[in-house]
Design a protein around this ligand. Structure first.
Ligand code: NCD
Length: 325
C-alpha cells in the first residue's frame, strides 16, 4: 500500500528517521526485522518508565482519536492508557451508535472529522480493508486495531514481545496456533509476522476453520514449514508456543456450525501435563471455554502478561509514529 508521510508536528519531531514517523500501521507486512527490533526495544523502555514513574510526558499536547466500531476491552483501553501514560489525551468513540455513524456518515467523512481534532487515529471496524480505507482518506496517521477477519497488527506485535519475554528468542521455536484460524485476525497477523523468524508452524483447527489460503501462501513464499492438524493432543508435547483462539461466533452466518465447533479444544491441566516444562500458552483474550481457569496460575500461562504487554507496545507505537521515540 501507499506509504505517505503523514502530517505530524514536524517542529516537535526529534526522531523522524525511525521508520515509523508519520506512517500508518495497517498490516504486519510493513515490518521487517530492523523495525521489529526497534519497536520491541522501545516497548522495553516504556515498561521501565511505567514501572518506575507511571509514565512520561512525551506526547503532551497530542490527541488520539480511538474509533471502535466493534466491541473491545483490551485493545481500546490499552491504547487509551498508552496515550494517557505518555501525557497525551484521548477522544474515545466506543459507542458508534451514539455518533453520526448512526445518521449514515461514511467512514471517510468520520475519519476526516476526527483528524481535524486529533493527531492520530486508531480504528477497529468489521470490514476487511477498512483501516486501509481510513488511512487513504486521512492526512494523519491511522493505526489498525482490527479490520474484521483481516489483520490485527498491534496484537501481533504484543504477541511477539510476549514470546521474546517468555522464551528469550523466537528462532527455532515450534509455534502451534489452535482454534478458529479462519476468522481469527490475531493468528493471521501473528503468522505473517513470525515468518520474519526461523520458526515452525502447526495450525490446529476443525476443518471448517482452517487457516486461509492467503496466509498459508505467505508462509509458503517465505520458505517456512507448516503442518495442519485437527488434534491438539498429538503435538502438545513438542510445542514451545501454544497460541489458543476463541471461536469467533460473531463471524458465523450459520450458528449451528458454530455450535458444532465451539468447544472443540480446551486447554486444561490434563493437556498441560503433557506439554513441555519450558513453553508458553497464549491467548489474545477474551476466552470463552477454550482455556480452563485451572491453568491460570501455571507459570506457562502467558495470557495475562500478553495483556499487560499490549500497553507497552502501544506506547512504543504511538511515540514512534508521532516522532517521539
Ligand atoms: C481479539 C480480537 O479482537 O481480534 N481480541 C483482542 O484484540 N485482544 C481476539 C478475539 O476477539 O477473539
Amino acid at each position: 500500500m501507499e506509504r505517505k508521510l503523514k502530517e505530524v508536528d514536524a517542529m516537535a519531531a526529534n526522531h523522524m528517521d525511525n521508520g515509523f514517523y508519520g506512517q500508518d500501521i495497517i498490516s504486519v507486512g510493513q515490518f521487517d526485522r530492523t523495525k521489529l527490533d526497534y519497536i520491541l526495544n522501545v516497548a522495553d523502555e516504556m515498561k521501565v518508565v511505567v514501572e518506575r514513574f507511571g509514565g512520561v510526558n512525551l506526547l503532551q499536547g497530542k490527541i488520539l482519536a480511538n474509533l471502535f466500531y466493534e466491541p473491545s476491552t483490551r485493545t481500546s483501553s490499552s491504547f487509551m492508557a498508552a496515550m494517557l501514560r505518555l501525557g497525551g489525551q484521548v477522544i474515545p468513540i466506543n459507542n458508534v451508535q451514539y455518533s453520526s455513524v448512526t445518521k449514515g456518515e461514511s467512514l471517510p467523512d468520520t475519519v476526516r472529522t476526527l483528524e481535524s481534532y486529533a493527531d492520530i487515529i486508531v480504528i477497529r471496524h468489521p470490514e476487511v480493508g477498512s483501516a486501509a480505507t481510513a488511512a487513504r482518506y486521512a492526512g494523519k496517521p491511522v493505526i489498525n486495531a482490527g479490520d474484521g477477519v483481516g489483520e490485527h497488527p498491534t496484537q501481533a506485535l504484543l504477541d511477539l514481545y510476549t514470546i521474546v519475554e517468555g522464551l528469550g528468542e523466537v528462532g527455532g521455536l515450534k509455534v502451534a496456533m489452535v482454534g478458529d484460524l479462519k476468522f481469527g485476525r490475531t493468528v493471521h497477523s501473528l503468522t505473517k509476522l513470525l515468518v520474519n523468524y526461523p520458526v515452525e508452524f502447526i495450525f490446529v483447527s476443525p476443518d471448517i476453520l482452517r487457516m486461509p489460503k492467503d496466509v498459508l501462501d505467505v508462509v509458503d513464499a517465505s520458505g517456512h514449514l507448516y503442518e495442519e492438524s485437527e488434534d491438539v493432543h498429538d503435538m502438545i508435547g513438542d510445542v514451545d508456543v501454544l497460541y489458543v483462539t476463541r471461536v469467533q461466533k460473531e463471524r458465523f452466518t450459520d450458528l449451528a456450525e458454530y455450535d458444532q465447533v465451539k468447544d472443540r479444544y480446551v486447554v486444561d491441566p490434563e493437556l498441560m501435563a503433557r506439554a513441555k516444562e519450558r513453553m508458553i500458552v497464549m491467548h489474545p483474550l477474551p476466552r470463552v471455554n477454550e482455556i480452563s481457569y485451572a491453568i491460570d496460575n501455571d507459570p506457562r500461562a502467558a495470557y495475562f502478561r500478553q495483556m499487560r504487554n499490549g500497553m507497552y507496545i502501544r506506547m512504543a507505537l504511538l511515540a514512534a509514529v508521532l516522532g517521539k521515540a
